[in-house]
Write a protein that binds this ligand. Structure first.
Ligand SMILES: Nc1ncnc2c1ncn2[C@@H]1O[C@H](COP(=O)(O)OP(=O)(O)OP(=O)(O)O)[C@@H](O)[C@H]1O
Ligand SMILES: [Mg+2]
Length: 399
């Protein structure tokens, strides 16, 4: 019976040719509208294929959610290492997501494991393990291009040390051969304020900015990805433009691609060979909350705690807005529950601003009401239920 059911399901038509090409982890070969950033990276890192070892270039990739920072760095890293290989140079590209590996040791371990087979890691410090990596490169005359993606997490958790560690290794070898080069990715420059002056200036030389995509740019991106992922004729230009227009308000390609993918799922569920605008609208209203899951999960921990504080207060009060003071008190209580040291007021204020800028919170000055002049905080396009589900049940930020 199972055979029959499965066979029957498989025989149904699907709008997808290769669904995986719409998923967030897939790095497309072609990154339209990011030519300028790729060109800048090539200029900065060309020394790695022309005279490797003579210097350690560093760059910061900066821009809001879903603008291609991760995709561009991965595509650039693997392409450069390919080009180096053709010239007889072994350039290892390692991409570490600091949201996942949140300490210097975990980052170093990830690097070591990515190209050194059977590396013993027990009983070593980060320094010893990295010395091992450097010796490995030295012995084989190889080079390493390292990307620290979502670097804020590394700094928020453990202070500036990790970045100091890598920039120092990169810069230190004055007479020796430079083995390590660095790309650092972040949504904003706040993390720099936590670094020492020398680390900061060492990093700030090359700043590559990623702007939000316009609706037209998103349309071009969607068209290209749809060609790879969907059967021909599965969607027309108007429907793609609708998605682009909706996502254009955020300028976020991840959101646009997720909408396309979910709309495709709706089409499949209705056995429609074509994705219609109504499938897009359904995907929009039913599945994708205003703030996609990934946006929540990739927030720094204390912004997550702040957001949870807002959610909890509004849940209790059933009100549209709460005040800054109320939220800060709740934030402190939640920090305690999470076993985290609450940050100072100025930091807390920064979290609110960041969450507001990310479109998750609404913050505005109160009118002349009972509360006097104060900042009122409400939720943007996301429900309390979604916040609690993602942060508490799934991400377990309260432990
Ligand atoms: N120019 C582009 N062409 C094709 N796909 C793109 C382009 N830019 C981004 N994408 C796709 O959009 C999604 C989001 O991009 P990416 O993960 O690189 O964003 P990001 O800037 O790293 O965002 P975040 O700060 O949230 O990590 C990915 O699936 C990526 O492949
Ligand atoms: Mg990213």
């Amino acid at each position: 019976m199972a055979y029959g059911i499965i066979e029957h399901e498989l025989a149904k038509p699907s709008v997808f040719k290769d669904e995986s090409r719409l998923l967030p982890d897939y790095v497309p070969l072609n990154l339209v509208h990011r030519e300028q950033q790729l060109r800048s990276l090539a200029r900065i890192f060309r020394v790695l294929v022309e005279s490797p070892g003579t210097s350690s270039p560093k760059a910061i990739l900066l821009g809001p959610v879903g603008v291609g920072k991760t995709a561009v760095s991965k595509r650039f890293g693997s392409t450069l290492s390919e080009l180096a290989k053709r010239r007889g140079i072994t350039l290892r590209y390692v991409h570490v997501n600091c949201h996942k590996d949140r300490s210097l040791f975990l980052v170093v371990k990830r690097i070591a494991q990515s190209f050194i087979p059977n590396i013993p890691e027990r009983g070593y410090s980060a320094q010893e393990l990295f010395d091992f990596v450097l010796r490995y490169l030295e012995d084989r005359s190889e080079y390493l291009l390292l990307t620290l993606d979502e670097v804020d997490f590394l700094i928020n958790v453990s202070g500036e040390d990790p970045l100091y560690f890598f920039t120092r290794v990169a810069d230190e070898s004055l007479n020796a051969v430079h083995r390590l080069s660095l790309m650092v990715i972040s949504r904003d420059l706040n993390f720099l304020s936590k670094l020492s002056e020398s680390t900061r200036s060492s990093l700030l030389h090359n700043l590559i900015k990623f702007e939000k995509y316009t609706a037209q740019q998103l349309f071009n991106i969607l068209s290209e990805r749809a060609r790879e992922a969907l059967r021909s004729g599965a969607i027309d230009d108007d429907t793609l433009m609708l998605i682009a227009d909706i996502a254009g308000r955020r300028g976020d390609a991840r959101y646009a691609l997720e909408l396309l993918w979910r709309a495709g799922k709706y089409a499949d569920a209705e056995f429609s060979a074509v994705i219609h605008p109504e499938h897009v609208r359904k995907a929009l209203s039913e599945v994708v909350p205003g703030v996609p899951r990934e946006v929540l999960t990739s927030l720094p921990l204390h912004e997550q705690l702040t957001l949870l504080a807002v959610a909890r207060i509004l849940k209790r009060s059933k009100a549209a807005y709460s005040t800054m003071g109320e939220v800060e008190r709740e934030y402190r209580a939640i920090c305690e529950q999470a076993g985290e040291e609450p940050r100072k007021h100025t930091k807390f204020w920064e979290y609110i601003q960041n969450l507001k800028n990310a479109g998750i919170l609404i913050a505005r000055l109160s009118g002349q009401g009972i509360r006097g002049k104060t900042t009122l905080i409400g939720l943007g396009e996301i429900s309390i239920e979604a916040i609690e589900r993602v942060l508490v049940k799934e991400e377990k930020i309260l432990g």
